[in-house]
Write a protein that binds this ligand. Structure first.
Ligand code: NDP
Length: 246
């Protein structure tokens, strides 16, 4: 199966930014989308917009730190649309501070959402993929993991943990059932900076995002490119950043 039309795609972190743009891109190209996030009011609006445009969308209240929520997200995809072709594990937060600030609560939050959240998705989706004989796992990692900034060590670490995880899964899965894709965006204009707690760093990042950031739709198109390949073609890693990002 190649292309996007007719595929069933579940997306975490679909209530804003890259996840929302991905839902719109894929639904616009004929995918049935299952939208997961905590802010269900936003998901309702997004699903309404997709349906009004003739697309198929279902929402599921999803906190990725809860294993059962990911199981439900996958189950709703299968119950509503008959299967799950792709899980886009995109939910994430960024909290930036030097490691020496010892902001342990932020470390825990990033590990819980950015790493454990992806693992919960894998645990929920993999059995379905195996049963179907086919499946695709897409994750949103980051260029932060490729060029490490001093205040982003833990964030970058969580993203590189996911990159490692997907590469290991890829090597484990040479039977042709599973495709894995790690998308590494650079600066993208989204609400991500809102989760930065330090007001000074948050303002700096807001300015940088406004100056440099690319539209989340650009990342959505990269995700669509990975998904639309024929089953025997795996786009493993894709980096997409503003042309002027250093
Ligand atoms: P946004 O803040 O716009 O989106 C983050 C999404 O994650 C929201 O939909 C939010 O939904 C969801 N989320 C956060 N915590 C949880 C949780 N516990 N359970 C479920 N969903 C959760 O930022 P982006 O769109 O930019 O971020 C998307 C991904 O892209 C993240 O993984 C981020 O790290 C990554 N990324 C972003 C870059 C950028 O420059 N913007 C660069 C590189 C990577 P809700 O609050 O409703 O639950």
């Amino acid at each position: 199966m190649s292309g996007i039309d007719g595929k069933v795609v579940a997306i975490t972190g679909a209530s804003s930014g890259i996840g929302e743009a991905t839902a719109l891109e894929l639904a616009g190209r004929g995918a049935a989308v299952v939208l997961g996030a905590r802010r269900t009011d936003r998901l309702e609006v997004l699903a309404g917009r997709i349906r009004a445009d003739g697309g198929r969308a279902q929402i599921v209240a999803t906190d990725v730190t809860r294993r059962a929520d990911l199981r439900r997200l996958v189950a709703v995809a299968v119950e509503t649309f008959g299967r799950l072709d792709v899980l886009v594990s995109n939910a994430g937060i960024a909290r930036t501070a030097p490691v020496s600030d010892l902001d342990v609560d932020s470390w825990d939050a990033m590990i819980d959402i950015n790493v454990r959240g992806v693992l919960h998705g894998i645990a929920a989706a993999l059995p379905v993929f195996r049963q179907q004989g086919r499946g695709h796992l897409v994750t949103t990692v980051s260029t932060s993991g490729l060029k490490i900034a001093p205040t982003q060590a833990v964030y970058a670490g969580t993203k590189n943990a996911v990159r490692t995880l997907l590469e290991a899964l890829r090597q484990e899965s040479t039977d042709g059932v599973l495709r894995t894709t790690s998308i590494s965006p650079g600066f993208v204009r989204t609400e991500l900076v809102d989760s930065v707690e330090d007001p000074e760093i948050r303002e700096q990042m807001r300015r940088r995002m406004a100056e440099l950031g690319i539209d989340p739709a650009a990342v959505a198109r990269a995700i669509a490119f990975a998904i639309e390949q024929p089953d025997d073609v795996e786009i493993g890693d894709l980096t997409i950043r503003p042309t002027s990002q250093g």
